[in-house]
Design a protein around this ligand. Structure first.
Ligand code: SF4
Ligand code: SF4
Length: 166
């Protein structure tokens, strides 16, 4: 099955670019932003035992996934105050992730014909977003972060040991 592949370093160089999005349930949706949040929590966040971001949130809008302890944001509670961003000692949370109007990516399910690409991929500068028959390749820093979403990025932990310390 085709998957979306995001190169996080290339994305960071182009994050001010306006990637198109065909999700139509609310205007101004930027699906790539929701993917950025997903990727950041899964791969970049240090998963602190005493998480300053969770403690700082005045609305109890941050928590952890029960299964793998990955951070998650409850959009209905988040007021975009960005206290979590200021509290994180590692600069993990970017302001563009914490928008009041949360974006959603449904991977264009049901909107693509066989050979079509999602609009964000069409709009992306070379190599930032790709769509095709890609698969996880941990040796080359490509990780599956959700069903049909892969990211090329340095994972903070590899086999429980911070990768940069190896
Ligand atoms: S931006 Fe949202 S998640 Fe972060 S502290 Fe404010 S309310 Fe909580
Ligand atoms: S404080 Fe920063 S690094 Fe720690 S859990 Fe929160 S977002 Fe992740």
């Amino acid at each position: 099955m085709k998957k979306l592949l995001i190169d996080l370093d290339l994305y960071a160089e182009n994050k001010d670019k306006d990637f198109g999005c065909s999700y139509f349930y609310h205007s101004g949706n930027k699906g790539v932003r929701s993917l950025l949040e997903l990727v950041t929590y899964a791969l970049i966040c240090r998963k602190c035992e005493l998480a300053a971001c969770i403690e700082a949130c005045p609305n109890e809008a941050l928590g952890r996934n029960a299964e793998d302890k990955i951070l998650e944001r409850y959009n209905m509670r988040c007021t975009s105050c960005k206290s979590c961003m200021s509290a994180c000692p590692f600069g993990t949370i970017y302001p563009e992730m914490m928008t009041y109007l949360a974006s959603k990516c449904d991977l264009c399910l049901g909107r693509l014909t066989k050979d079509e690409m999602p609009l964000c991929v069409k709009d992306s500068p070379e190599g930032v977003l790709k769509y095709g028959e890609y698969s996880e390749d941990k040796e080359n820093n490509i990780f599956l972060v959700a069903k049909n979403v892969l990211v090329k990025a340095e994972h903070w932990e590899l086999d429980g040991i911070p990768k940069k310390a190896k």
